[in-house]
Design a protein around this ligand. Structure first.
Ligand code: SAH
Ligand code: SF4
Length: 363
């Protein structure tokens, strides 16, 4: 059987290779992490890109079993930022040389919502002199809507597949037309054909999830030829249906370590993509996101949602920084990223190199 030292140097990884890497501990885990850091430096440099995250509304029409802001959670105080508040946060990101912005919310599909985002995109570009790349993370929408938003100036989209195993996906969602795996997959393809730098990802350490599932997720990302990935630990939330299975969970520290290993393996498998160090890492470990940067991630999404709303966007428990304001966030991140021996690429868009290479190959 091949050792970890040989597997990390492969150019093609099969399911067994990935499972072996995900199970590494001790010195073998360090070999994996060191190799991932090396590949990162070689292919995307020791740079971190900031994406200012605006969680502009927690109103959601869906009922995903894991999520704290699901429609049927009546404990949530619902909010919706005004256009002015959103544009102000975008101007803050631009002034602080973030290069890029993510607009995220619960999933709403309506003509009014589509038109609102359309107008917002135009307003943001005009108020920030086109200085920002804009990423949307607004769930499943029609191809037509995706195209419309692309034309109005959104260049990137994040839609996590959550799990690439349809059976596991079913266990995480209600069995109805609004929550079909096939529909989510179609939406991801639609994003690609609409021209977006397309991002997806999964939750790690879910109840019922196996090593084979996670290795399958990595192979899915590769096969789908994705440009950007955001993935992090699943963290239980007491007001969700999935909470009843908490006795099946591995410990939070184990979920954290498994998430780091997923990032590292993905960096070996997809060398030139953008990988975000998920905020959920920081819910478990105070310097969790910086640890993600050390093992292959190259993107951080500082939360720039106005402070008074942050507490109400609780997808999971112990979400970090809910009482910070945006300035505090940047100061504290700058210090910690320097500790991780990375440089912040201020003022750069940080497009996915993988996307640029993919487009070159297509032309
Ligand atoms: N409504 C949009 C975007 C907001 S949710 C959508 O669903 O795509 C963004 C991400 O939060 C989800 O994709 C999911 O992966 C993550 N998330 C939700 N609940 C979580 C939990 N309990 N633990 C960890 N991540 C969670
Ligand atoms: Fe809504 Fe997204 Fe949460 Fe699902 S994960 S309930 S779509 S906010």
């Amino acid at each position: 059987m091949e050792g970890v030292g040989q597997i990390v140097n492969k150019s093609d990884f099969n399911l067994n290779d990935i499972v072996t890497l995900l199970k590494t501990e001790g010195d073998e885990k360090l070999i994996l992490f060191q190799k991932a850091a090396e590949i990162k430096k070689l292919h995307v440099k020791d740079l971190v890109y900031f994406r200012g995250l605006i969680e502009f509304s927690n109103i959601c029409s869906k009922n995903c079993f894991y999520c704290g802001i699901r429609r049927d959670n009546s404990h949530v105080k619902r909010y919706n930022l005004s256009d002015e508040e959103i544009v102000d946060a975008a101007v803050f990101a631009s002034n602080n040389k973030f290069g890029s912005l993510v607009l995220q919310s619960g999933e709403i599909s309506s003509q009014v919502f589509t038109a609102r985002i359309d107008t917002l995109l135009k307003k943001i570009h005009s108020r920030t002199n086109n200085s920002l790349r804009i990423t949307l993370s607004l769930g499943e929408q029609s191809l037509e809507t995706y195209k419309k938003w692309f034309e109005s100036g959104a260049q990137r989209y994040l839609l996590r597949i959550e799990s690439s195993n349809p059976e596991l996906y079913k266990k995480l969602h209600p069995d109805d037309e609004n929550h079909r795996f096939e529909r989510r997959l179609q939406a991801l393809s639609d994003l690609k054909s609409a021209g977006y730098q397309t991002g997806t990802g999964v939750m790690i350490g879910l109840p019922f999830q196996t090593y084979d599932d996670l290795a399958g997720d990595i192979l899915f990302l590769k096969k789908f030829d994705i440009d950007m990935v955001g993935m992090g630990p699943y963290i239980e939330h007491q007001h969700t249906p999935l909470y009843q299975y908490r006795h099946l969970l591995i410990s939070r520290e184990e979920r954290f370590q498994l998430s780091l290993k997923m990032i590292a393996v993905l960096r070996l498998v997809m060398k030139d993509i953008n990988i975000a160090s998920a905020t959920a890492l920081q819910a478990i470990d105070k310097i969790g996101r910086e640890k993600g940067l050390k093992v292959g991630a190259n993107v951080i999404m500082p939360n720039i949602t106005p402070g008074k709303y942050r507490d109400d966007y609780k997808l999971y428990e112990d979400k970090p920084c809910t009482d910070d304001n945006a300035e505090d966030c940047i100061n504290c991140l700058e210090v910690r990223i320097a500790l991780a021996n990375n440089d912040i690429a201020f003022g750069e868009w940080g497009d996915s190199s993988h996307f640029n290479n993919r487009k070159k190959a297509e032309n």
